[in-house]
Design a protein around this ligand. Sequence first.
Ligand code: P6P
Length: 337
Amino acid sequence: MNSYNITTLDDFIIRRQKDYPEAKGEFSRLMHHLGTAAKMVSMKVKRAGLSDILGQSQNMNVQGEIQQKLDVYADEVFTAALLSSGECCGVATEENQNIITFTHEFAVNGKYIVCIDPLDGSANIDANVSVGTIFSIYRRVSQRGEQVSEIDFLQPGTKQVAAGYVIYGSSTMLVYSTGNGVNGFTLDPSLGEFCLSHPGMMHSEKGRIYSVNEGNYIKFPEGVKKYIKYCQENDTETERPYISRYIGSLVSDFHRNLLKGGIYLYPESKNYPTGKLRLVYECNPMSFLAEHSGGMGSDGSGRVLTIVPESLHQRIPFYTGSTEMVKRVEKFIAENQ
Ligand code: P6P
């Protein structure tokens, strides 16, 4: 590839806009502003040890978790970027109990709403472990010009227009889908551009990596325990076929499993009777990406994307990744109810 054969995120979005004759550029503008916010957060994450941005803030978020300073920063940056796009009329974020309604005249007519986890896995920041942002985009269902309401944010995941994540790791990548394949863009810091680096990302159908917090093993449902034992004991003559890898950051575990094949599991347990992961801004976007890259997103008994959310911060058990692995854990769960 010659040095100029670069496809930036903006180029890609505009090219793909041609696939939608009715498109007027609103989605392209929204994605452009998400990309800008991602660059700003990336710069802060990369310098976290050098500026007073590490550690905990004085605040508790709606989840009852102490907010990391970078949580607060990322939440502010992405919310501001979505407002300034003029294409988004409201945001649901992990960091706020209620939806954020944009009443500014240039935003109130926005066609889209966004659900976002501004900085997932933020407890890892001080240990310099990769973290991520997860976003999910829907068309509003309320009338344009009216104030957005919570019903706009409680749509099933099948209604997503797009979903994606940013992973702040050894490099910063933005991975997203509009339902027509999953594509990854790597931030080139010297250009300040996200450049297409992983076109057409696909889960392998069979994987060898299982990602689960085995410290919770004793509290898992019987079927999940049996699945984990299956992974550990299913030796072949040549080599143990499964590998345990768990980073403790959904975006990072998901991204590695998307590239290498694997399953991420966060079952319900005594600590989290309905699961830990949030349906609206974690499980739905990651399941949308999983399905559009040949994988699956399940709550252990069925497809995540068909669940109609009952509340903004609803939690569900979550299993996502290579199809053969997700189907197998669903089978173990069903056989050990
Ligand atoms: P545990 C981060 O808080 C998160 O929501 C996911 O990103 C991650 O996979 C999971 O929780 C880690 O939870 O209980 O294993 O520390």
